[in-house]
Design a protein around this ligand. Sequence first.
Ligand SMILES: Nc1ncnc2c1ncn2[C@@H]1O[C@H](COP(=O)(O)OP(=O)(O)OP(=O)(O)O)[C@@H](O)[C@H]1O
Length: 672
Amino acid sequence: MIQLAQPLSQLLKLWQQEGLLTPLDRHFALQMRSLHSDGDDLFTLICALLSRQLSQQHTCLPLTQIDSDNPLHEQHPQCQLELSPQALAEQLTQYQAVSPADGELNTPLILDGDRLYLQRYYQFETQVAERLTRLNQPLTVAAPDKVASILNILFAGQAEKPDWQKIATATAFSQKLAVITGGPGTGKTTTVTKLLLLLCLEQQLTIKLVAPTGKAAARLSESIKASKARLAQELASYGDELDLEQLKQVPEEAATLHRLLGVIPGSHRFRHHKDNPLRLDLLILDEASMVDLPMMHKLLEALPEHARLILLGDQDQLASVEAGAVLADICAGLKQTQAQNLDSQQASGWRMRYSQAKAALLSQLTNEDLGAYIDARPALGDSLAMLMHSHRFKGDAGIGQLAGAVNRRDLAGILSVWQRGYGELSWLEHQVTTQGNPGLTALMAQSVDKYRPYLNLVNHLANKEQAGELDEELAAEVDQQLDLDEMANQIIACFNDYRILCAMRAGEYGVEGINAAVTQALKDAHLIQPSSEFYAGRPIIIQSNDYNLGLFNGDIGVILPGHGPTRRLMAYFVQADGSLLKVLPARLPSHETCYAMTVHKSQGSEFQQVAFVLPPRPSVAQRQLLTKELVYTAITRAKGHFSCLGSQAVFEAACSQATLRASGLAQRLWPA
Ligand SMILES: Nc1ncnc2c1ncn2[C@@H]1O[C@H](COP(=O)(O)OP(=O)(O)OP(=O)(O)O)[C@@H](O)[C@H]1O
């Protein structure tokens, strides 16, 4: 059944040394071998492969994807399987540790068709699918004509036909689950704000807004506030027809998911769960693409049975850092092959699928003809709404064009966007020689220039600090005059104008190398004085959760002189509600400098200007991480300017590779 060049325990060690397995993968396999089999090599190998899948953020091991000639993808294969996937599946069910999906499920491993799961992940996946399917149900619309007339006012003067924002609002109003997806600037927040106003006009609901990170929650609050202000202006002339006072009732404060679920310090469990559900009628979750399968499971478990759920996000962005690609799986049923793609509005490769009843109701509410989108098997389609048209990247603006071409994996299109010479795009070419890399030197010069306004503000504040050290009374006076908090807010906002995003962590062109290089360049330009670990102006990113302090993985802060006569250095963070959190540097959980950060960590954030760094000569392992979702996410973090330090070959190779996460969720939600 299995051919090995050496005893398996030696091979496991070798594979770990070669980076083909993590230490955890090897230990898991050895543990399972000793607990659940009498040293069976096939079983042990399969356990190692399953654990490796989980380490690579897949939720299961599809047996059909195992390369029987070279299961570990080694350079010189040392292991061969002599079983077809079917025979392997049959063999697996012989082991006591494996049970079939329709069985008792009290074994550590579950085999569902050709997919092998850890029991826990099988349960996460099936329960998430079951709850989403249960949420996919229509709500009674008591007064459809009234709702239709309000929608007409909310979406008056829209040129787009059909008006997908209006349809999305009607979908979310009339369905217990709504998933509103779209790229940056397609109007997700605008749509949700109009929906919230419609709900406030029609019903009394307890509504909560959440996002996966503090940064994303803060941005959601800001966007909703801005959108409410725009809406108030747009609707000013409709005061007789709409009770505009209700706009004030539209909630705008967003919390993090952790905060909503109630963190219990020192525990992985949350205060809210199945037996202590959240107290709300409607939950709106933004940046849903960042939520992994286990977290989505926890959230759905804590959602009270009667509650409605709205997910917002961009299905084309990087999948979650941990296992699964939940939002992409939810949208999977709308993905079309070229031949099925009948209509230019959905030219992006997506097409809506409505039941007859839903299409009729949506047509009644929106006066849009949706007959072309009726599907005999709509599955989750009635709950989905996709916004395709970006209002941010107007006309032929470069960032939007580039993001679109990358998303379509259109290499000729990508090249032509770069060649058109848009002012908002710039390319820095790697020219690595023994003398150095002029491309990197140019990136450093650009970064000194872009971080200069931020550091000038910091130094302005630090100079006041010196005045404080000299004289306590004067310091107190300066405190009053200055409103330090306001200044800290300004400084953090200024820091967020520019960011370097790296494809990877390690190496000269990863976050570590680029941070060291920028620190040196800023020091040479006399903008910072990094004589000790903490210095005024050092930006930091938190790397673990500290529930007591209220700091979470990915939170970004800056080190600044604090209040009071001593003006000790403090780390300042803007929290989800916009308030400032100040922490003594010595108390910070693990953190690192963040002039540069990974693209993964940048999800949920936006910057006026982004510089993206690709490695000049990626290793085999690094190449696997370079995907079109990574490049798309990096580009769409930029609002005003995007530059890339790279080489054409690496950029194109990354854009040619799409992320594929093994999961059974899409099939459960969209049965064939
Ligand atoms: N139908 C529309 N017509 C004109 N402008 C619009 C329309 N919808 C949205 N906009 C504008 O586009 C910009 C982006 O809208 P919005 O913030 O709602 O998008 P979003 O999808 O939530 O973006 P992000 O993904 O960045 O959060 C806003 O300035 C908004 O005013």
